[in-house]
Ligand binder design. Structure first.
Ligand SMILES: Cc1cc2nc3c(=O)[nH]c(=O)nc-3n(C[C@H](O)[C@H](O)[C@H](O)COP(=O)(O)O)c2cc1C
Length: 384
């Protein structure tokens, strides 16, 4: 009966997805999609990763109307009080993005080719966006969180604490009531930069950056660290995760870097690597070994099934970017914004959607009802 209803909902919602679709999923299928990001309960696990799709209030309003659980704002480059930015090379202006097919292992995926880096307008503009985000968050329904990249020294250099202090203080003021929720980005272009040639240097950043930010903040901070896909092997990814135990969540992992083309890329190679490393990171008994921060998935989340692959490796929610940028003809929905059409496919697709995937897990004996309800977070808590 649930399956027939799913087919019907999928067809019906092609024209209009209800914003409160998680409540509908609970009522219609007894499936609870409740998820989490930085300790904040979310109606469902689908968020938007930092990038070109979270640059202005219009984009945020559209995402709130579509029913997205949370959005991470574009990454701003830290500065000191005088406006000096040691990472200024990451604040370059570039508008052209190309959505391209990228074939690899798992099938024909998509990637966005773009030569830009961090936020390229003024810090004052960014703070205005954080204030607007605060109003949207306070209105309920969608959480919006800022993202920053701070000074990353070479091994023999000290951290520029003045950049950490000034940027964190301004973000905390714009954010409002503590705790400040913040994501820190270690980007693919950083992975490709000579700064990352030295493994010990990278591990020092992971060990020290969370503490630097906490020390720099006038209020308590809940910090998600978005780890890069370094140019080294899987074992190094695990070392980075371990070194980053001071974070409150780890976003795993930002895009791969193609040194020949000098660009970051995603698609199936990205999800293959991320899922492989996340699997290795679980200790075999639980997806989250004691002492390790909760993980959040990112990379080629292009179906509910892929979302569940991340959940089965411990991810409490996911951050999508590329799937919100596809040509309209790629979405089964016929009406609505790209965010709405993407959510429709991710949740309600009767074969590859999140609800279908959880019902399949139940049928296979991999997920059980509690009080008559299937819980997304039970997928996260169960060992892979
Ligand atoms: C054009 C573009 C710009 C991005 N900019 C940022 C950024 O500023 N900060 C960040 O943390 N991640 C950034 N990302 C990474 C995305 O948030 C996301 O983690 C990554 O693309 C993997 O997800 P996807 O496969 O769904 O695209 C960017 C991605 C793209 C495609």
């Amino acid at each position: 009966m649930s399956r027939a209803r799913l087919e019907q909902d999928f067809e019906r919602f092609k024209r209009a997805l209800p914003c409160e679709f998680a409540a509908h999923v609970l009522e219609a299928y007894h499936v609870d999609l409740t998820a989490s990001y930085l300790g904040v309960p979310l109606a469902h696990p689908i968020g938007k990763g930092s990038g070109q799709l979270s640059l202005n209030v219009g984009q945020l309003e559209g995402d709130r109307e579509a029913g997205l659980a949370y959005v991470v704002l574009k990454t701003v480059i830290a500065q000191d009080e005088a406006g000096a930015r040691s990472m200024a090379a990451w604040a370059i202006h570039e508008t052209r993005m190309k959505v391209e097919r990228r074939a690899a292992g798992g099938g024909a995926g998509w990637t966005v080719t773009w030569k830009g880096r961090g936020w390229d307008r003024s810090f004052a503009d960014y703070l205005a966006l954080v204030r607007a985000a605060r109003t949207i968050t306070a209105g309920g329904g969608m959480l919006v969180v800022p993202s920053a990249k701070y000074h990353l020294p070479r091994l023999d250099e000290p951290f520029r604490d003045d950049e950490y202090r000034y940027t964190t203080r301004c973000l905390a003021e714009a954010w409002g009531a503590p705790p400040l929720l913040l994501e820190v980005d270690f980007s693919p272009t950083l992975a490709g930069d000579s700064l990352s040639d030295d493994r010990a240097q990278v591990l020092r950043w992971m060990r020290e950056v969370p503490g630097r930010i906490r020390a720099a903040s006038p209020v308590s901070v809940r910090l998600a660290v978005k780890l890069m896909n370094a140019r080294y092997d899987d074992a190094f990814q695990l070392e980075m995760m371990e070194a980053c135990a001071g974070a409150d969540a780890l976003v795993c992992f930002n895009r791969l870097f193609d040194p020949e083309r000098g660009v970051a890329y995603g698609g199936w190679e990205l999800s293959d690597r991320n899922l492989r490393v996340l699997r290795a990171a679980s200790d075999g008994r639980s997806a989250r070994p004691p002492g390790r921060p909760p993980v959040i998935g990112t990379g080629n989340v292009c179906s509910g099934r892929m979302l569940l692959e991340y959940a089965r490796r411990g991810c409490e929610s996911v951050q999508v970017h590329t799937f919100f940028q596809l040509p309209l003809s790629e979405y089964p929905a016929t009406h609505g914004s790209r965010t709405q059409r993407a959510l429709h496919a991710l949740v309600f697709d009767p074969h590859d959607g999140l609800v279908a995937g959880m019902l399949d897990m139940e049928e296979a004996g991999a997920l059980s009802r509690r009080g008559g309800v299937l819980h997304f977070l039970d997928v996260v808590r169960s060992a892979d």
